[in-house]
Design a protein around this ligand. Sequence first.
Ligand SMILES: [Zn+2]
Length: 170
Amino acid sequence: MIPDRTGIVVGYRTWRVIPSGWIAPSESLHAQTGHKSWSTTGPTVAVCPPRVQADPNKPLLVQSACETSPEFGCSCGLYARYEPTTETQPLPYVAGSVLAWGRVVHHEKRSFFRAEKALPVAFVRPRGGGGMFPKEAEAKILRVAEELGAGLVDGPEELREYTEREARGW
Ligand SMILES: [Zn+2]
């Protein structure tokens, strides 16, 4: 399921935790924007969503999705940055790291990449809360981390050390 270490890219990103008790932990780790949830049992695989072009003067056009996500001319894929954010993420947002592999499109100037597959490896422990249900959100991210076997760290430097150590272990 996970390739040898030479094919691994380390990345950092922010997720949004859905605190609601009505939503299973397995559906609770979302991209920062949008409603696509990440797997909490293993690697997440990028899917390119079909796009609908709605021009009132033309028939509705549904563009085909990329055959392999991510493609160069598209915005699909699993996003991550090369460096951890130094900003504290208030709940329901949570910063963390991934190991990514498969097809990877690097965006050097903007210092992020888009990957085909990614596995969260650690999260920065939430520190108090914003959001509507900070206690629930915190409980949820602890459950999600446990399900993923991901680490919990106290800040960006520890996140980087933990993640680089994990990457060497693959
Ligand atoms: Zn695409």
